[in-house]
Each structure stands twice: as structure tokens, then as C-alpha cells.
Design a protein around this ligand. Structure first.
Ligand code: SF4
Ligand code: SF4
Length: 439
């Protein structure tokens, strides 16, 4: 693609990077059919190629973007299906990051939008704050409903109260059963700890059962920064990145960690991409490369360790939903499937093309309409499996990302759980929440 950035603009490293990315695009349009938002609207401006043009034009001309341009860029899920589909290797992930960060500096958002973004940024990355907000929201839900609009839609999505589990925000070590086979540090995540603490609980149980010493790093290890990064607040995202690197890469005496384990697909993708987020900070970039080399989704580590003896005989069938950040962001599709099969579950594949479920970090809060349409599209695809009504009690949906769990669960009666919760249960752990009365 031809570009016409001024010499002044090209002196900015991120614009030079944008220029290099753009030159790879040959306008072929192969990415269009992979794009969930384009599938919904049929509008080229809601496609990867359309957004590439919109961002290029916005930066090249220096014009203030219209509300319509901002809306087409905002509607991108960041699912990266386009990047997987692109035959020319266009780095769409980096491109949209730069585009979003630029948009934040030049676009005046309506007040409601600003408030929503401020709440997402100030609360969701902090497990305890999120817990308090959810409590408050549950109490205020009837009153908020009267106001209507996006706030009411947000209140509708506040999850039901759950038994509070461990909040993994202090340094602690879980010893392995038997001889230690490896030593890992678990990235504890942020809002996941409040929404579904059972995921970290199951992860620790499963890893220690297999012989891993599991360390929780404590102070500084928390939100990976993705929630801020995805809404263009890169300065804050970089602070989270530096704090996580300091905590998760800290040497414990002479001991180092074999792997940095993530169990939220979005966090894993973000952590593996710290080097790009911190571009320009040479020492941090080197450390980020080291961190990326050691970061693994939990299913990759479990696959390497192999499952222990299977304790359960009668298990439900599992519909496996690929979280986009695991599938496109990290290229991890086989390990979770193989582990579920090894554990004795019958695996059902969702028919048709894979599309994002509409969760995408805080996307379902920011873009509830599009997120709702995409959820229905995904649920229709699941419905095509056909024989689920009869098997309702014997079927669960599994996925590797807390956002997908909450999003899918908001539209179906089928229990939705994390893959590690099923693997933990099959190998001797408790039933995952939502399956207490199930199969
Ligand atoms: S990241 Fe997803 S939503 Fe955004 S342009 Fe690419 S395919 Fe479309
Ligand atoms: S598939 Fe790749 S090269 Fe083709 S239009 Fe899309 S981004 Fe450009």
C-alpha cells in the first residue's frame, strides 16, 4: 500500500512502524471474510481493510476524526482473526494498537463514553475494587435499570455473587505433590479473581497435583494491562507491564521459574507482547523478550507435564470454544482439545467459521449492541450441533478465557466453564461452579 506520511510524522517511531506495516498490505481483501464485525454489518469500514484505510487517513491528513470514523475503529474487537487470515503478514495487532492510541489523543469522546472508560480503567484491573463495584452494582441494579442506556446494559451484565475464593495478591508458594518436576509462577490476573476465583484455585490444584511448585509473586503482579491497552490508554498499560515484569521475572534467590503461566488467554497474549508495548525502552524490551519466551498458557504446560490418572468415569460432553486471544493471539488450539480428550471428555466442535463471541476484554461493555449480535451468532453456531436439547444436563461449554465464559454464559443455559476447571475435576478436584447439580 502506498503511504504519504510527512517526514515529520515519520520521525515518530510508531508512525515509522505503521508505515512499514502498511507497505505489506496488498489490498487483497482476504481478511474481510474472517472479520466478525464485517460479517455483521457488511460495511467495509467495519472490516480490517477498511480500518487500515481509516487509521492511515486519520494520521496522514492530521484531520480530527469524525464520530463515525471513531466508531468504526472502536468497533474492532482486536480478535486478530484478520491477522491469521492475511497472506501478506500484515501486523494488524500492532497497527490497531497504534491507531487506537492515536485516536485517544485526537478524538473528543462524549461524556458518557469518557465516564465508562474511566470506570473500566480505574476499577476492573484491580480485583478488590472490581469486587466492591460488582457488590454495589448488584444492590443498585433496579435503580440503574430505570435510567436505561449503556449503564443499565452494564448493570445487567454484573455477574451473580460467588463464594469468595483466594485473592492471589500476596506472595505464596504451593508445594507440589511428590517430587517437584518444575517450578512455575502463576500470573494471577485481575478481574478474573473476582468473577471466577475457582479458575486460579483449579489451576494451582492441577499444577501441584502434576508435580509443579507454583509461586504467586505477590506485590506488583496483577492486571496485565490489556484492559487499558485495548482502550488506547497505553501509558497506564505500560505501567502494568513494568510492574508485572518486575514481579514475575524476579529471581527468588538462585531459583528461577521454568515458566510464567497464564490462565486467561487475553493476559497471555498481552504478556507475550510486552516487548512491543515497551518499544523504545531497551532494557525493558530485552526483559520482555525473556518473559515472552517463558510465558505459556496453562494448557501448554499441562500438555508438557501430562495428565495424572483419571479419577472420573462419567463425564459430560464438552463443546470447546476457542478464545480468540488463545487461537489467534497465541496460536494455541490443540493442547486444550487434546487434554480434554485425554481426561475422558467427548469433544464437540462448533460448526462453521470461528468467530469471536463478542467478549473481547471490555468490548461487551463498550459496544453492547455489536457484542450482543456476535454472542447470538456464536450461540446459533453452537445450536447447530443439534442434539443439545436432549443432552442439556450432559453438556458443558469450555473455553480458556474468563471474558468468553461470562459472555457465553449470559446467553445460554448450558454451563460454561474454564478448561482447567474440567481437567481439575476429572483428575480429582471438585466440580466446577455451575456444574454442582449437573452431570
Ligand atoms: S481484529 Fe477482529 S474485529 Fe478487528 S478488524 Fe480484525 S477480524 Fe475484524
Ligand atoms: S488480507 Fe492482509 S494484505 Fe489483504 S487486505 Fe487484508 S490486511 Fe491487506
Amino acid at each position: 500500500m502506498r503511504t504519504e506520511f510527512s517526514a515529520d510524522l515519520l520521525r515518530r517511531p510508531e508512525i515509522a512502524e505503521l508505515d512499514t506495516i502498511l507497505r505489506k498490505c496488498v489490498h487483497c481483501g482476504f481478511c474481510l471474510t474472517a472479520c466478525p464485525t464485517y460479517a455483521e454489518t457488511g460495511d467495509e469500514r467495519d472490516s480490517p481493510r477498511g480500518r487500515i484505510y481509516l487509521i492511515k487517513d486519520m494520521i496522514e491528513t492530521g484531520r480530527t476524526p469524525s464520530a463515525a470514523v471513531a466508531s468504526h475503529v472502536d468497533r474492532c474487537l482486536g480478535c486478530l482473526a484478520c491477522q491469521t487470515a492475511c497472506p501478506s503478514g500484515v501486523d494488524y495487532e500492532r497497527y490497531i494498537d497504534i491507531g487506537r492510541a492515536h485516536l485517544e489523543t485526537v478524538h473528543r469522546r462524549p461524556l458518557g463514553d469518557k465516564i465508562l472508560r474511566a470506570i473500566v480503567s480505574a476499577v476492573l484491573p484491580h480485583a478488590r475494587r472490581a469486587g466492591w463495584l460488582f457488590k454495589l452494582g448488584r444492590l443498585a441494579r433496579p435503580f440503574i435499570a430505570i435510567l436505561g442506556g449503556r449503564l443499565a446494559a452494564m448493570a445487567e451484565r454484573i455477574p451473580a455473587a460467588r463464594r469468595r475464593g483466594n485473592i492471589y495478591d500476596r506472595k505464596q508458594t504451593f508445594t507440589p505433590e511428590g517430587a517437584a518436576r518444575m517450578r512455575v509462577v502463576l500470573a494471577p490476573g485481575c478481574v478474573q479473581q473476582t468473577l471466577r476465583p475457582s479458575i486460579n484455585d483449579a489451576s494451582v490444584r492441577l499444577l501441584t497435583r502434576l508435580g509443579a511448585e507454583v509461586v504467586i509473586a505477590g506485590d506488583g503482579a496483577g492486571c496485565c494491562g490489556a484492559l487499558d491497552h485495548h482502550i488506547g490508554r497505553d501509558a497506564k498499560a505500560r505501567n502494568f507491564a513494568r510492574a508485572n515484569m518486575a514481579a514475575l521475572m524476579r529471581r527468588d534467590g538462585e531459583k528461577t521459574f521454568d515458566y510464567i503461566v497464564t490462565n486467561a488467554a487475553g493476559c497471555g497474549t498481552q504478556i507475550k507482547g510486552y516487548g512491543r508495548l515497551l518499544a523504545g525502552e531497551d532494557e525493558a524490551v530485552n526483559q520482555a523478550a525473556d518473559m515472552a519466551a517463558r510465558a505459556r498458557d496453562i494448557t501448554q504446560v499441562l500438555a508438557e507435564m501430562g495428565l495424572p490418572a483419571i479419577a472420573k468415569k462419567s463425564l459430560p460432553q464438552v463443546i470447546y470454544h476457542d478464545a480468540c486471544s488463545l487461537m489467534h493471539g497465541q496460536g494455541v488450539t490443540q493442547p486444550p482439545r487434546q487434554l480434554l480428550l485425554d481426561a475422558g471428555f467427548r469433544l464437540r466442535e462448533i460448526p462453521g467459521k470461528h468467530f469471536c463471541c463478542g467478549s473481547a476484554g471490555s468490548y461487551n461493555l463498550m459496544q453492547p449492541e455489536m457484542a450482543g449480535q456476535l454472542l447470538q451468532r456464536r450461540l446459533r453456531a453452537i445450536g447447530e450441533l443439534g442434539d443439545l436439547d436432549a443432552d442439556q444436563e450432559k453438556t458443558v461449554i469450555a473455553t480458556g478465557n474468563i471474558g468468553c465464559i461470562e459472555q457465553l454464559a449470559s446467553g445460554t443455559h448450558i454451563p460454561v466453564v474454564h478448561t482447567v476447571e474440567l481437567l481439575d475435576w476429572a483428575t480429582g478436584g471438585p466440580r466446577p461452579p455451575g456444574l454442582e447439580d449437573g452431570p
